[in-house]
Design a protein around this ligand. Sequence first.
Ligand code: ADP
Length: 602
Amino acid sequence: MSLRPTLMRWIAAIIAIAMVAIAAHGLGAQRAEDVARAKAESDLALLADNFRVTVDKFQQTPVLLAANAKVMALLDGVPDAATVDAANRYLEMTAERLGAAQLFVMRPDGLTIAASHWRGPDSLVGQNYSFRPYFREALASGSGTFYGVGVTTGLPGYFLSSDIRDNGRLVGVAVVKIDLVPLEDLLARRSVPVLIADGDGVVILASDPALKYRPLRELTEQQKIHIAAERRFARHELGPPLSPRDLKIKSPVEVVSRVLPIAEGGTNWSIVTYLPAEDMADSARFAALLAALVALAGILGATIFAMRRRHLAEERAAKRNLEARVEMRTIELRRAYQELAGEITERKRIDRQLHQTRDDLAQAAKLAAMGQAFSGLAHEINQPLMALKTYLASLGKLVERQDSQGIASSLAVMNETVERMSELTNSLRRLARKADRRIEPVDLADLVRQVAGLLKFRLADIGASLQIEGLSSVVVAGDPNRLQQVILNLVMNAMDAVTDVDRKEIRISLSQEGGLARLAVRDTGKGIAPEVSNRLGEPFFTTKDVGKGLGLGLAISHAIVAEHAGNLVHESDPVGGAIFVVSLPTEPARGIMMTERPHAAE
Ligand code: ADP
């Protein structure tokens, strides 16, 4: 992978993370605001309910007061002191029982003539509240509501009023003032500022007293005049509009407002709280950070996943490749094996054929040698026969002469002659027989002596001498017939070699050295010409005249020696003539096993 695509990929990843973070920031801010807003709204709803319950409890109180006999008595002309006293005590007791801040009765001109708080310097009795809206509304419509700070007591409260009529004639107004201080205590428990503002947007109840009597927004001049006229806040001065600093919230505030649903006549009061924007910004930042981390983890996860997948794919491909190669190699090996098996079968077949051919050739060569030998043989047999004939003739004369010593001597010579003839025929028989391969201890010296005996007459014929030297016994393991044939071939070749030379000497020497038996046939013939030296041992290679040589003797001899795990070499004798050397192992088991194996397999 080159650097460029990797860099591009990382840039894309960073852009993606940034975009996710920005989106999460936006969503986080929105979500944080939604959650905070929902929480604030439910808090405000709870507070509003609380307010409503407090007010509802006193909703009917002015109406009931208006129907009370003691109150009615007050308004029937000018009351006497006892009637006023009775009314004051009644109002005092009722206010206490109901938990109302004030209960009082006014005349149609606005003068208070009886009140629950009639004792002490703060007594309402004798005060005129005709400027208060609850009084005016009661005169105008039968009932009225008003929030205001007590002009006399200085305590804030909510006023509910009802007109008092005697047979339809307006005779006065009954008023109940509800204490809002407990509600303010509830607001004060909030951790964020909570305010209740009246219809003009002036704070009348607040979680923090410092925020009270201050408008949420700038008031119009008309509003200010109106508020002053009804002495809504009594002694309290109106403060400047609220600022974020007053609310002790650093960033610009979000306002959540809700109109308080107050019964009959209603009110357009609002209950207000603030959401700290910095908290929401924190949440948004946290959401952005979280989203960025999640995105980063996602990208890293995806990268790792992709890398892992690529790695797995590469591994699979490599495995497939390897399997394919193994399969291909297996096919090749199978083919090679089949070819080899075919070759081995073919080789075995050829080997069998070769052995067969060799055996046949050996037999043919033997027959040829025999044929060659026959002419000499006739002569060789003829000679002793002639000798026997001569001895028999002389034997007759010796019998006539009764020369017993002469008879014994002649018979001994005849016997020896017959023995020699039978030995000759035995050797011929052995040679003619196609040999069964037998492995047995064979004394090479014995074989040499047998060959010498076999060729005695032919040697005499050509006037050659045969000398045997060296060890008188060298034992190897092998087939005596086949080994004898090797020696016979070598000696007959030597005889051929010396036929046309003056010095006709053949020497066979036997020796043994380091596990090898060595048999050398040396002659005084013309030797071997260098140009034919390489070809000796080739089947049918001969330098002899037609009818004299088949060119099989050395080929067969090589094969037989090889069967016996030995070898046959030739060289020229430095003093003239040729030397053929047969080496055979004297450790029988190894050599024989090696050479016997092919036959065993047949
Ligand atoms: P053949 O004797 O029928 O020719 P051989 O295989 O026995 O077949 O011999 C092959 C050839 O080797 C001979 O024709 C001859 O030329 C050569 N040869 C074998 N022995 C001798 C030897 N002792 N001296 C010289 N040449 C030899």
